[in-house]
Design a protein around this ligand. Structure first.
Ligand code: ADP
Length: 516
């Protein structure tokens, strides 16, 4: 039996001993972790598969770019696969655990410097371990009037990890990768690349112009395994003089058609500039109530129970959150337009901070829309209890009929497996991310098995209708890659072989392997 929790695939214990000794020589013994109890945080996956499948063999924690490069050289020499994480949360997508058993986690949390914030140009340059909380505090402490855009559990995650996995937020800068500008990447051969204008020695335009010269490369370092990102530039939003959050509550499930058709033109014309979110009652309830307060029957939460719950609580079956950002005069005009459109649609109750500002769920959404810290979304994990969460997040057109069709498909499949439809739509520029949290009790074998079968069925039925997910968890990466077809898999693998012939960086990420 091996003295290690796991071994990297194809690496003998003897070779692994040597690699670990070399990491220790570079990082110092404290920053090379192999003890089972210290590896536990790197193997808490929440997914409906065995932890064993994703158990790392070790974790290494470099403190500088040079240390990352030297560790990557060791990985290459001994063909040890390495899985980089930044803040390592990624709950419901795989947390910090690698795609396959035995990879060494490279934990970049020690590299947590905010290298630059330019208050005039509204740009920042950060290292992987920087959290949104840290950035928020930095802006507050230095009285810099800039806003962040964060994903929902913002305080403990960071901009680099979220952006390279193409996560989204809720402000006008909510499509995070769109507002990213410039990267520094350690390539698999341990060399260093700065993308965009950063390739020029002494450039001062790295964080202000995205494209540089020649092929635009930043995209290939997102949701991929072609390099380890060690610095990232991003744009921050100037704090508007006036911010007016509001919610529109809709009473019927089919009202989502009206909601989207009414609000899309306003979003496209930038009258509503932020990533509007349309939240289903069961997601709202997850942040405010216990499931047993409103449903105790077997199987999935029924439509009847949803209707009773919304009547009792006053929430909508759909709850659309959006905000106005600008000067008070601009917002007065925009507010008239929004109110007029909602009134003309004949549906929806529109409420402002003056009316529901004390409601904790409204407060939480208003915080998200102005990039303020919170961790309230974690309340969802108590909904079913037992720690299981697995996101299924297909992209849909921002078209009412499409969202209704996706909702009906998803609900039918979920309910067949006894899983609640806990979902929201996040409106992008032309698309919507239909984000569904498959919540289940991981300590219950049947629920876990059901969640696994359910995700598979969702993936296949949605793909059959031409829908794909925007992001995938580590348990299903190959299956998701299959949905996107052979040509895409082939070019991904060709790039992988060219850049990383030994396949040492995050093998299996997004279904990309050096060997096919
Ligand atoms: P968060 O804590 O914000 O959810 P993570 O640090 O867990 O983000 O990163 C999400 C995913 O992005 C990781 O699982 C990994 O696949 C990828 N990733 C994170 N950091 C890097 C990096 N520095 N370079 C390349 N890929 C990364």
């Amino acid at each position: 039996m091996s003295k290690y929790v796991a071994l990297p695939a194809g690496v003998s214990e003897k070779v692994f001993d040597t690699a670990l000794a070399e990491y220790r020589a570079i990082l110092g013994p404290d920053h090379v972790i192999t003890a089972a109890e210290r590896l536990v945080p790197y193997n808490k996956i929440m997914l409906p598969v065995d932890d064993e499948r994703h158990a790392p063999s070790a974790a290494i924690c470099p403190g500088s770019v040079e240390e990352v490069q030297r560790c990557v050289a060791v990985c290459n020499k001994h063909k040890v696969p390495v899985w980089p994480i930044s803040t390592g949360k990624n709950f419901g997508y795989g947390s910090a655990a690698p795609a396959t058993r035995g990879q060494v986690v490279m934990d970049l949390r020690r590299m947590n410097r905010i290298l630059d914030v330019d208050a005039d140009l509204c740009t920042a340059l950060v290292e992987p371990g920087v959290t949104y909380q840290q950035m928020y505090d930095h802006l507050q402490d230095n009285k810099i009037p800039l806003w962040l855009s964060c994903p929902a559990p913002s305080a403990i995650v960071g901009p680099l990890g979220n952006t390279v996995d193409r996560g989204v937020g809720y402000t006008p800068y909510g499509e995070h990768f769109m507002f990213q500008c410039g990267m520094e990447v350690v390539l698999p051969d341990a060399s260093l690349l700065r993308t965009g204008m950063g390739s020029l020695p002494n450039s001062n335009t790295w964080q202000v112009f995205k494209w540089g010269y020649g092929p635009y490369l930043d995209g290939i370092f997102t949701q991929s395994n072609y390099g380890i990102v060690t610095k990232m530039g991003l744009w921050l939003m100037p704090a508007p003089p006036d911010f007016r959050p509001f919610v529109i509550r809709y009473d019927d499930e089919a009202d989502i058609v009206t909601a989207v058709e009414t609000l899309r033109p306003l979003r496209m014309a930038n009258i509503i500039p932020n990533a509007v979110v349309i939240v289903h009652a069961l997601w709202e309830a997850g942040s405010a109530y216990a499931r047993s307060d409103h449903f105790t029957g077997p199987g999935a939460f029924t439509d009847d129970a949803v209707r009773t719950m919304v009547k009792k609580t006053g929430m909508g079956v759909w709850n659309l959150y959006a905000g106005l950002y600008g000067s008070p005069e601009q917002n007065d005009v925009a507010w008239k337009i929004v109110q007029g459109a909602v009134k003309a649609s004949g549906k929806g109750r529109i409420l402002t901070a003056a009316e529901v500002g004390e409601d904790p769920v409204f407060k939480y959404r208003a915080d998200l829309m102005q990039g303020r810290m919170n961790t309230k979304e974690f309340g969802l994990y108590n909904w079913r209890g037992g720690g299981g969460s697995c996101w299924f997040a297909p992209v849909s057109q921002a078209r009412g009929s499409e969202t209704l069709k996706q909702m009906e498909m998803a609900k039918r499949i979920l309910n067949r497996h006894g899983i609640d439809y806990v979902a929201e739509f996040i409106v992008g520029w032309r698309d919507m991310h239909h984000v569904i949290d498959l919540l289940f009790d991981r300590t219950d074998f049947n629920q876990t098995r059901a969640a696994h079968a359910c995700y598979r069925e969702l993936l296949q039925e949605f793909a059959a209708q031409g829908y794909g997910v925007y992001r995938a968890n580590t348990a299903f990466m190959d299956e998701v890659a299959d949905c996107y077809g052979d040509a895409k898999r082939k070019i991904n693998a060709t790039l992988k072989r060219a850049l990383d012939p030994n396949g040492i960086i995050a093998p299996g990420k997004s279904g990309i392997w050096a060997t096919v």
